[in-house]
Design a protein around this ligand. Structure first.
Ligand SMILES: [Zn+2]
Length: 471
């Protein structure tokens, strides 16, 4: 690989940084909110604009692809690096989360620079993510007219509503996705100084817990003190599911030394948690006890109470209610099977119910299976070199506590390929919340890393990539 040329291209990308921020700011003026039909035209307008820009950049077949009943994807490619050179697929998304009900200090659809951050909905999730690739491609094409590898870009318009049609696009337009290595850019870095490589997701299901005691509500003056109250029993049963830290006791995972070591290397200290989770003064993150914080967030199950039938204000009456129920979301550890977890929860809630109340628990929805990936092979060594050169730090393996449907989908469909999951978010980005922002230093390093990543991957042959990697 001609390192001089890579350095020159990286320097050109750095010199064009302000124009890149301007272009990103332009895209961020489109309120491309995929969950709101009133904004679907904005998603389409943005897709059309981006396709035109990609064509102007010198990418081939830049186009908007749209399936019936779906929001569009944007696709483009550059395949002139030769048949032995690998084809790198870059995935990002152009749609946004809504801003309704949020209090912003700056207009959410007008990028505003304050200090070293750029504030706008989508700045980090994910417009900044894929624009960091656009900038890298532009630097290569404007400085020598060629990319060091074959490249495909695909930008989704429905990621923020769970990618309901992405698999249909994969089936109907397989050529858009066919590649030797995939770079999926919608993930987080553990800090603004340390680049992250995402390797796991937690799964997500919902269960309903129902407690029943009588055929009808009964007078609490006549019977209170001698008949079980399902509302209190429900609270007791829920409390028994967790330890003194409110952490789920059911389904705890034994973690490997490698997983623990990776978790320990993540700079997730109380200050980062306090800031990222917006804790009030005086409130402390839970003590991690015997595990690193990252292990609790990424590799252990957790429950959240989503709703209950506990009588709400205005519904007071002096009666013992006949039944009570709660809907819980259950985050599953990356390799935990949903059915095993449901069975374990059923066992736990059935133990010694207060007053012998009838207790049942059933799964009501599955939103995503967990996913765990072992990166190995030359593509990851190449990525690590690119990141070390751009960030001064190698990639740290991180997990995601949530369930990102597109990642699980790529994992299922393309798990045999090297999947490099990264992005431009950091713990202060507050994606999906008010005052979302992109750290401009991270953005700068991401662009530089992408410039180098294409060169590093392009220096490998397709055969080398295939021989060295498996999910
Ligand atoms: Zn995203």
């Amino acid at each position: 690989m001609a390192m001089v040329q890579v350095d020159a291209v990286a320097a050109a990308a750095a010199a064009a940084f302000e124009q890149t921020v301007e272009l990103l700011s332009d895209y961020l003026t489109f309120p491309a909110i995929s969950c709101d039909p009133a904004h679907h035209e904005d998603v389409r307008r943005l897709a059309t604009r981006i396709a035109a820009d990609l064509a102007g950049l010198g990418l081939d077949r830049a186009r908007v692809v749209e399936l019936e009943g779906a929001l569009p994807i944007v696709a483009a490619e550059w395949l002139h690096a030769g048949p032995d050179a690998p084809t790198v697929l870059v995935y990002g998304h152009i749609d946004l989360q809504p801003v309704r009900g949020e209090i912003w200090h700056t207009p959410p659809h007008q990028a505003t620079r304050r200090g070293d951050r750029l504030y706008a909905r989508g700045a980090a999730d994910d417009m900044g993510g894929w624009v960091s690739h656009l900038a890298a491609m532009q630097a290569w094409l404007r400085n020598g007219g060629a990319l060091p590898c074959n490249l495909k870009l695909v930008l989704e318009g429905e990621e923020e509503i769970g990618s309901p049609n992405l698999e249909r696009y994969m089936d109907a337009h397989a050529e858009v996705f066919a590649a030797d290595v995939m770079v999926l850019t919608d993930c987080e870095n553990p800090s603004t100084e340390v680049p992250g490589l995402t390797v796991s997701l937690r799964g997500l299901i919902e269960v309903e817990l129902l407690v029943e005691s009588a055929e009808a509500d009964v007078h609490s003056g006549l019977w209170g003190g001698m008949v079980p109250d399902p509302t209190l029993a429900l609270s007791q049963i829920l409390a028994r599911l967790v330890d003194d830290d409110s952490r789920l006791l059911v389904g705890r995972q034994e973690l490997s030394e490698a997983t623990l070591a990776a978790c320990r290397s993540v700079p997730l200290d109380p200050a980062v948690i306090r800031c990222g989770a917006h804790l009030l003064p005086g409130v402390e993150p839970l003590s991690p006890r015997d595990l690193p914080a990252a292990a609790w967030l990424w590799h252990q199950p957790a429950i959240t109470v989503l709703s209950t039938t506990l009588p709400p204000p205005g519904n007071e009456k002096n009666a013992v209610r006949q039944r009570a129920s709660a809907r819980l979301s259950v985050r599953l550890a990356p390799t935990q099977a949903a059915d095993d977890m449901v069975a374990a929860l059923q066992d736990a809630v059935g133990v010694d119910p207060p007053g012998g109340v009838l207790v049942s628990l059933r799964k009501v929805a599955t939103f995503g299976q967990g996913w765990h990936y072992t990166p190995r092979g030359p593509a990851f060594a190449a990525a690590d070199r690119a990141y070390r050169a751009a960030w001064g730090e190698g990639l740290v393996q991180v997990g995601v506590g949530g369930s990102i449907p597109f990642v699980a989908l790529f994992g299922r469909r393309f798990g045999g390929l090297p999947l490099i999951l990264n992005g431009v978010m950091d713990p202060e980005s507050t994606a999906h919340g008010p005052n979302e922002s992109l750290h401009l230093g991270v953005f700068r390093k991401a662009i530089a890393a992408n410039v180098r990543l294409y060169a590093e991957l392009g220096a490998l042959t397709r055969r080398e990539l295939q021989s060295g990697s498996e999910g």
